[in-house]
Structures are given as structure tokens and as C-alpha cells.
Ligand binder design. Structure first.
Ligand code: ZN
Length: 341
């Protein structure tokens, strides 16, 4: 199978040494990615995003120079509408990311009171800039962890849509039936991670606790998994690939109160594509893995081909990538994906 210009619609590459270690895995599978801004400290201004973009580009080995990082800026209650406008017009970033405070990795400065960023959202709506949402209520809200996404839709997202009907919105990493239906009903965009396409919450506890697939939003029960699979099989243009690959060093992941996040970058296409093969919908993979997100963002992607080849007897995923354990560590996969250089 050949896919033209695959793009990862949601990616964490971190910074410094971790960035250098993990970036090649994404660059060898994608020509571009939407890069998330939740560093420590988060990248909150056009200047900081530009610095981060330069760090990513300078970290690319010569063979991966085609790789295009599409940057996002981190919204806080103090975000400056003028800075957002400048950064977008100047093509420093293409989107802004809204995190619930303390809702996931490095989200302490996220937005609690949505009204405080209405002036920013007004500018974004006017200039056609995308709002990316970690669509969950914050943990402090005492809402059951399995309901945080569903409640967010009605308590936070609906008011935003009412106030800013033309604002372009991506609901990142959808995990529920309600989110899928909401995205279709309001004609929004959404990303789907490999783990949310393949597993329900039982997988977290199968043969013991499985931190490798512990992420936020957390995996949900099977009716939600089935709805996610249904919308992918139906080929809605509203849904596209976004790995949310989020590496954590083993010492931070496998400890009491270990970090949330799945490192899927080294096996991204292999993980998604097995679902497309199993359901005989390989013909939908081009749209899912590239066109749907690229068209929504208006990206002009570098033109390169990805080859997804079948591996007859399978290959075993290594269990260590620079002290990070990947999705499917030690398991067999039956495809190999590689950008043709
Ligand atoms: Zn993420």
C-alpha cells in the first residue's frame, strides 16, 4: 500500500534529549505533524513557539529534512489576542491548544474559565485559526474519569460553539460515542489515536495492569470503541489520524502515580493499518492518514510516499526505545511502514 504525504494530526515530541531521540520515528513515518505545546514550561507566546519550532527543525537528521512541524501555541487565561494574531499571520503556528487545568501532562496552566479567553477565540474565529481541544473536564471537577469528555462537550464546548459558530475546532483524541456524534452533528474535526481505535478499557487490566496503554482521556467501554470504529469505517472526513504519541521515560511511567501517555510513534501506521486491513477498508486509509486533516487545516504537505508493506511472519516490536517503552512492546505486528526517501 502506498499513501501520499501522511500527516500526524496530534504529536508530542517533547524537547532537548527526548526530542532528538523520538523525532526520527515520526519523521520516518510522516511528512508532517501537528506538534503539541505542553513542554515544561509550556510554549505560550509566538516567540516561544518559534524557538521550539527551530529546535525541532535543527534536530532533524539530513535524511528527514522534508519533515514539516506544524506548531500550536498553548492557551492560558492570560493569552494575548494580539500575539495569537501575529503568530498565526506570520505562520509561526497554525492552531492553539486548549487544556483543562491539571487534566493531563504539563497542563497546570490550562484554561479553567473559558470566558477568560473569549477575546482570543474571537480573533481566532476572525482569522480562521484552528482551536485544538483536550476535551475533558479537569480532574478537580469531581466528575467520574470516564465521563469527563462527555460532560466537557455540553458544559464547555457547546457554549464556545454558540458564541463562535465559525471557529474551526478539532476535538483531539475522541474516546466516546457522544464525542463522535457531537463532532458529526456540529461538523467539527477530530483526531483518533491508535489505542482508542483498537482497545476498550478492559485492555487496561488484561493480564494485570497495563501502563503502556494508560493515557488521557482514558480508554472507555466497548460501546464507545465500537462507535469510534464505526465512524472510521463509514469514512467520515471529520475524523483523521492523530497519534497523540506521548513518550515518558520508563522511570516516570512505571512507578506509583506513573504518567499518562502512549508512545506509539515507532509503530503508528502499523497499529492503525491493521484495523483497516481487518475490516477491508484499506481504500479509506489515504483519507484517514492524510487528506482529512490536511484539508481541514489547509496544509500544503511535502509530497512524499509512505510504503506500508506486509511482513509475512510478522516482526516483534522492541521493548525499549531510548528508555521509553512503545505501544505493542514485545508483540508481533504484520506490517512495516516507511517514508520512501
Ligand atoms: Zn496529546
Amino acid at each position: 500500500m502506498i499513501i501520499i504525504s501522511p500527516v500526524d494530526g496530534h504529536l508530542h515530541v517533547r524537547d532537548k534529549e527526548m526530542l532528538k531521540n523520538v523525532l526520527p520515528y515520526s519523521a520516518s513515518q510522516f511528512v508532517a505533524a501537528v506538534i503539541m505545546p505542553n513542554l515544561v514550561p509550556p510554549v505560550v507566546t509566538a516567540f516561544q513557539v518559534d524557538q521550539y519550532r527551530r529546535e525541532i527543525i535543527s534536530g532533524l537528521a539530513p535524511e528527514f529534512k522534508y519533515f514539516q512541524p506544524y506548531m500550536t501555541t498553548y492557551l492560558t487565561e492570560n493569552s494575548d489576542p494580539a500575539d495569537i494574531r501575529f503568530g498565526f499571520i506570520d505562520r509561526v503556528f497554525i492552531a492553539a491548544k486548549l487544556y483543562p487545568p491539571h487534566g493531563t501532562t504539563n497542563s497546570d496552566q490550562g484554561v479553567g474559565d473559558i470566558k477568560k479567553i473569549f477575546s482570543v477565540l474571537a480573533v481566532m474565529e476572525e482569522i480562521g485559526m484552528v482551536l485544538c481541544l483536550h476535551g475533558e473536564m479537569p480532574p478537580s471537577s469531581k466528575i467520574d474519569i470516564f465521563d469527563r469528555e462527555k460532560v466537557f462537550l455540553y458544559e464547555k464546548l457547546e457554549p464556545i460553539i454558540r458564541e463562535f459558530p465559525k471557529l474551526k475546532i478539532v476535538v483531539e483524541h475522541v474516546t466516546t460515542k457522544e464525542a463522535c456524534d457531537f463532532v458529526i452533528e456540529h461538523n467539527l474535526q477530530a483526531t483518533i489515536t491508535p489505542q482508542h481505535l483498537l482497545f476498550d478499557r478492559n485492555a487496561l487490566f488484561s493480564n494485570g495492569l497495563q501502563p503502556d496503554i494508560y493515557c488521557l482521556p482514558i480508554l472507555k467501554r466497548d460501546i464507545h470503541l465500537r462507535r469510534i470504529q464505526e465512524v472510521v469505517k463509514a469514512g467520515y472526513k471529520n475524523f483523521g489520524l492523530g497519534t497523540d504519541s506521548a513518550p515518558h521515560l520508563k522511570e516516570n511511567k512505571y512507578k506509583p502515580c506513573g504518567c499518562a501517555g502512549v508512545f506509539s510513534a515507532p509503530v503508528a501506521h502499523e497499529a492503525y493499518y491493521q484495523f483497516f486491513v481487518a475490516n477491508k477498508i484499506e481504500h479509506l486509509y489515504q483519507a484517514f492518514a492524510s487528506d482529512n486533516m490536511a484539508n481541514f487545516y489547509g496544509m500544503e504537505l511535502p509530497k512524499k510516499k509512505l510504503e506500508i508493506a506486509q511482513v509475512e511472519n510478522g516482526w516483534t516490536v522492541p521493548d525499549d526505545f531510548h528508555n521509553v517503552r512503545p505501544l505493542f512492546a514485545g508483540e508481533k505486528l504484520f506490517h512495516k511502514a516507511q517514508i520512501m526517501i
